[in-house]
Design a protein. Structure first.
Length: 162
């Protein structure tokens, strides 16, 4: 499966902050057998983000898009809105599971506005911006993503456990 990583950070985009979260995602997905097709940094600009997400999905560049950053309460945090602008449907269980797991670690997890959704044959998941939170959230869901992607792509048809 192909993964595309997008870090949303105004400071990272202008090289005022190192992108550690994108590196954490890269290490985790490659360790789990994904091919990373791109790993980029963008500023927190809603139209820019939604246009890129749409292009990746519509041109079938990746099976999974993982974003990091822009999911908090700052006025510049627009990742969930940019994602909602282009998805066909949400997959709320992924974001709910990540928040549930994170709440066991910190009450601040309730402040996350991250979402997950699908456009065409691509699953998009918003992750938090902090490297620690990225690791904790992705660790909790990564094992189930391959099955979800197989269902989405039509290569698996059964969800029932035996």
């Amino acid at each position: 499966m192909r993964a595309y990583i997008i870090t949303l950070s105004d400071k990272g985009y202008v090289n005022e902050r190192e992108d550690i979260s994108g590196k954490v995602i890269f290490e985790m997905v490659t360790k789990n057998g994904y091919e990373v097709v791109n790993n980029i940094i963008l500023p927190d600009e809603r139209t820019l983000i939604s246009n890129l997400l749409k292009k990746i999905c519509d041109e079938d560049e990746a099976d999974l898009i993982l974003t990091t950053g822009g999911t908090g309460l700052s006025k510049r945090d627009v990742t969930p809105e940019a994602t909602k602008d282009i998805i066909e449907y949400e997959v709320p269980g992924i974001a709910e599971a990540m928040r549930y797991n994170s709440l066991q670690i910190t009450k601040r997890a309730m402040l996350s506005r991250a979402i997950a959704g699908v456009r065409k044959n691509t699953l998009i998941i918003n992750l938090p911006g902090s490297p620690k939170a990225v690791k904790e959230n992705l660790e909790f869901v990564i094992d189930e993503l391959s099955h979800g992607l197989e269902i989405l792509k039509g290569s698996a048809s059964e969800c029932a456990r035996k």
